[in-house]
Structure formats: C-alpha cells, structure tokens
Design a protein around this ligand. Sequence first.
Ligand code: AMP
Ligand code: ZN
Length: 112
Amino acid sequence: MEDCVFCKIIKGDIPSKKVYEDDDILAFYDINPIAKVHVLVIPKKHITSLLELKEEDKDLLFHIFNKINEIAEIVGVAKTGFRVISNVGEDSGQAVKHLHFHILGGEKLPTR
Ligand code: AMP
Ligand code: ZN
C-alpha cells in the first residue's frame, strides 16, 4: 500500500519510536498522544479496518490481543489499567486506513 503512512512506518521509510516488533505486528508511540501513554499496535499486513477482517486473519487478531497485554506491560500500564480503541470509518474519525489499536493509559482516562 504505497500511500499508507503505517505501511511506510513498517518499511522504515517513516521513523517511529518502536515499543515492540515481531514478524506480524509492530507497536510504536503515537506522534500526537492524547494520553500520558499512547501506543499504536498494527498488523504488518495492510488491512483497512476491523470491517475488512477475514476468517484467515483470526490467528493474527488473537496474536495482536495477546501482545497488547505484553505491550501494556512494556509501557507500564498493565497494572494501572488502560483502554484499547480501534476507530472504524468516517464517524469514528479514523484518519489512517490501516487497522490499528490505540493503547491509552498512564493516567485516569475520561469516561466519555
Ligand atoms: P485514527 O484516528 O484512529 O486513524 O488514529 C491515527 C493515529 O495515528 C493518530 O492518533 C495519529 O496521531 C497517529 N499517527 C499518524 N501518523 C503517525 C506517525 N507518523 N507516527 C506515529 N503516529 C502517527
Ligand atoms: Zn498500510
């Protein structure tokens, strides 16, 4: 996906502050944090959003959620708590059309 910012981050064409990486996923700090800790977790495979998930992605999805717990430990929010968000489509304000999960924490988060 040539115009995708996150694909460029995966390729190393755009720098990022990496938290975790393996063959299938990458986690890095959000460039414009909305909480004290704000990390993005993305699959290396370009998937537009949750809406585009297919049966064949089930192992990948499990892997992402399994690693979200580990990443939360790495960035120090596992014990204090955190929120996981994935924006889908226009009303959600999804700006980057590459599936991603925001991990927010490090402080009390607004309830609305
Ligand atoms: P969303 O609105 O759910 O699509 O979120 C996209 C997120 O990507 C936003 O929180 C942006 O701050 C973040 N973002 C965009 N470009 C970069 C980048 N080059 N490095 C890190 N985070 C980015
Ligand atoms: Zn992409």
